[in-house]
Design a binder for this molecule. Structure first.
Ligand SMILES: NC(=O)c1ccc[n+]([C@@H]2O[C@H](COP(=O)([O-])OP(=O)(O)OC[C@H]3O[C@@H](n4cnc5c(N)ncnc54)[C@H](O)[C@@H]3O)[C@@H](O)[C@H]2O)c1
Length: 434
């Protein structure tokens, strides 16, 4: 593994990353690595030669490989971030673990519980760390909400969490497998982990049962673009999550600092044009998707980075009901409604956090021996909920769960430390009560 323990000197690259799958999701990881003080990008792998060329142009000091096997044969790499299509996550994670590389997997961890077990077993056998990452469920505001509702805090116990998202996910350019549910596509596999992680973090982690409905009503896209789910927790709390990804309405226009823009940054007229083009089959989706990847004309995460204030996006409007008050997002943090009125708890810039916290978490685990808190068991439990959403919708029955895990005791402290904002100002949060 050869981790160079020269803390503070990035030129020595003490946690050296390779990324497999240099697509849209990976662009967030490049950006996060460039901001990390303790980790660095040394190589990437992608089967697409065109993408590899653009990666090499953008990162001339990094090596570009054609396969996960070649990437894993590079002795200078300590950790591999897996950002390939969902159906490949398990094989790629096992290959990386067998090569003694630490592993971060973009959500979803994988698509079956058997594959999740396979990944956990390979990482444990090879004694490498595993993080099930890239989920808005661990974003700074959600982490802060969870902290504000811990025992001993003024708000008391969480009783209910409601998340409502309307996005344009189905209108964005998609590869064929992204909209094929059998291959791990569609809104359940791709987007439900954000909401499930958030609700689990706020309600103690252990879901007892799930009742859900999944919808698919856009003829141009076969995979589901809607779900609504009711999660009953072991501790009595309940959570509801819903996501409509068809892009007519987007929740970003509902917050009073928001605008009518979807994930794509498009307003309602542009979204209508995209829908018409999908219907007419006049959209070159492959070319448009390619333009959002590394070195392309319209990298998605460069658009997201420009948004300074929080927007609901894939997570949705979030409401937390507690014994003595309620919580929701504010533009740069959390509004706490309690007996004293409304208090804003700032948490900093949401967009700069994406990808960064997993990299910091892995660094702390490898170099400082800290516990990983979004580990394989957490990821497997979130996957179990996602699969139960599908099963419940098909059977019209409540599904009981078996693989749920609670929140590790130090998770919230660690999560709030692993943000660019909090590395500077965790001790100087200003609270303003109106
Ligand atoms: N699109 C997003 O906004 C986003 C955000 C966060 C996470 N993710 C996650 O990232 C993953 C990929 O999604 P994406 O949108 O980046 O897709 P994408 O198609 O843009 O990227 C996938 C890349 O993997 C490459 N690839 C395919 N098979 C490969 C193989 N066998 N070996 C090496 N490379 C291979 C493809 O050539 C492509 O460049 C998914 O798990 C998704 O959930 C995506």
């Amino acid at each position: 593994m050869g981790l160079a323990m020269c803390v503070g000197d990035k030129s020595n690259g003490f946690l050296r990353f390779g990324i497999v799958g240099l697509g849209v999701g990976a662009t967030a990881v490049f950006s996060a690595l460039s901001r990390s003080r303790y980790s660095t990008l040394v190589a990437g792998a992608d089967t697409d030669g065109h993408v590899r060329r653009r990666f090499s142009e953008r990162f001339p000091d990094s090596r570009a490989y054609e396969s996960i096997e070649d990437l894993c044969a590079d002795d200078s790499i300590d950790a591999i971030w897996i950002s390939t299509p969902n159906r490949l996550h398990a094989d790629h994670a096992v290959t990386a673990a067998n090569a003694k590389k630490h592993v971060i997997i973009s959500k979803p961890m994988t698509t079956t519980l058997g594959d999740a077990e396979r990944i956990i077993e390979a990482c444990e056998r090879n004694q490498v760390k595993l993080i099930a990452g890239h989920s808005l469920g661990f974003s700074p505001a959600i982490t802060e909400m969870a902290r504000l509702t811990q025992p001993g805090q003024a708000l008391g116990q969480v009783r209910a969490v409601q998340l409502v998202a309307f996005t344009d996910w189905m209108l964005l350019p998609r590869t064929a497998e992204e909209v094929d549910e059998k291959l791990g596509g569609g809104i359940i596999h791709r987007q439900s982990p954000h909401q499930i992680d958030a609700i689990r973090l706020l309600c103690g982690g252990k879901v007892d049962s799930v009742r859900a409905h999944v919808g698919s009503w856009m003829p141009e896209r076969q995979a589901p673009g809607f779900f609504t789910a009711f999660l009953q927790f072991e501790n009595g709390a309940v959570g509801t999550a819903s996501h409509n990804a068809y892009g007519h309405l987007v929740t970003s226009e509902i917050v009073d600092w928001g605008k009518d823009v979807g994930i794509s940054g498009c307003d309602v007229k542009q979204r209508a044009a995209a829908r018409t083009a999908l219907r007419n089959r006049s959209l070159d989706e492959d070319a448009l998707k390619d333009s959002m990847r590394v070195g392309g004309a319209a990298p998605l995460f460069d658009t997201l980075k420009k948004r300074r204030a929080w927007l609901p996006l894939h997570l949705g409007l979030t409401f937390v009901s507690c014994d003595h008050g309620d919580l929701r997002h504010s533009p740069h943090g959390v509004y706490m409604y309690w007996d004293e009125g409304r208090t804003e708890v700032p948490v900093g810039d949401d967009a700069s956090w994406f990808g960064f916290s997993e990299i910091e978490e892995l660094y702390r685990a490898v170099a400082m021996g800290e516990e990983v808190y979004r580990d394989g068991y957490w990821g497997m439990a979130t996957l179990e909920v996602a699969l139960a959403i599908q099963q419940s919708s098909e059977s019209r029955k409540e599904i009981k769960l078996r693989y749920q895990t609670g929140i590790r005791p130090n998770a919230l402290k660690a999560a709030s430390r692993n943000t660019p904002h909090n590395s500077n100002c965790v001790g100087c949060l200003k609270r303003k009560t109106q």
